[in-house]
Design a protein around this ligand. Sequence first.
Ligand SMILES: Nc1ncnc2c1ncn2[C@@H]1O[C@H](COP(=O)(O)OP(=O)(O)OP(=O)(O)O)[C@@H](O)[C@H]1O
Length: 319
Amino acid sequence: MYLFVINPRSGGGAGQRSWLRIERLLKERAAEYEALHTESASSAGSDVMQALSGREHWSACVVIGGDGTIHSVLEALRTRGVPLGIVPAGSGNDTARAFGIPLEPKAALDAALGGIRVPVDLLAGNGYTLTAVASGFDAQVAENVNASRYKRVCNALHAGRLAYLIGILHTLITFKPCRASIVCDGQEHTFEDVWLASVCNLPSYGGGLLIAPQARPDDGRLDVCVVYGCSRMQLLRLFPTVLKGSHVSLPFVTMLRGTSAAVSFERERPAIGDGESLGRGALAVRCEPGALTVLAPRAWAAADPAPQAQVGAGREGGA
Ligand SMILES: Nc1ncnc2c1ncn2[C@@H]1O[C@H](COP(=O)(O)OP(=O)(O)OP(=O)(O)O)[C@@H](O)[C@H]1O
């Protein structure tokens, strides 16, 4: 029996459109399933927990939505030991990208129903996160965009990405970097003028920004990317390099790797996990190895592991 969790709003309505397609396919295949349309991030966890309590054995819980929707069910799936399948229907879909899950609904359904089971790590701290816990500039962009009027206008014009572009420029003008301390596996690193500190389990977020290109979901470790001590113009020029992951060799970028990371900014900064708000306090994140099972296409396991990129590269702001 499969539980399908559908966020109709994800990807500006793509969740509902994908579900209509998937429902037809499930009926054609005479698959056994239950469908749960979730209303909000805050109630989804308990709704899924309740649905899962209805029977002892589930083959998988298949999420039709984006990274935020997946985030909302992680704790329930971890607690019940139910594998996660994904039919990507968000705007970013970085979780699906990391596991090579196709964007096309039928191919994604094939991976969910007939894929391999991959034990993957979760980031624990302020709940559970699968992609990355990001604090500082990028979390501020998300906060500014979500609170803005231009997001509503852009969404009405079907130009969601434009809202983020405006958000980046708006945040670039108003955001003030400050000192931050990052304790990774017990070792403290202090950086001046920190723009962002991202604790990553998967290589990308924000729709393919390769913030930690060397991150692997199944290596029992987390990767921290710190951007600090650069000008606004340098930060702006960093964005195209993040698309390829080549920012890791820039002198104002440091990568750390370990099993735990605590991030505290001198001034209060927002944080997001899988793109969802985690509030504004200090962050303590640890890697919980193999805490979740993800259903991935067979080809994913056969692919070469990500090359070991440089870690600990770059200049530190005086520990
Ligand atoms: N299970 C859920 N049910 C309903 N709404 C949810 C659920 N989980 C999160 N949400 C809300 O729906 C919004 C959109 O969902 P989601 O993040 O999955 O899609 P997206 O933002 O389009 O894609 P992505 O996160 O991949 O960029 C979230 O930001 C959150 O506010």
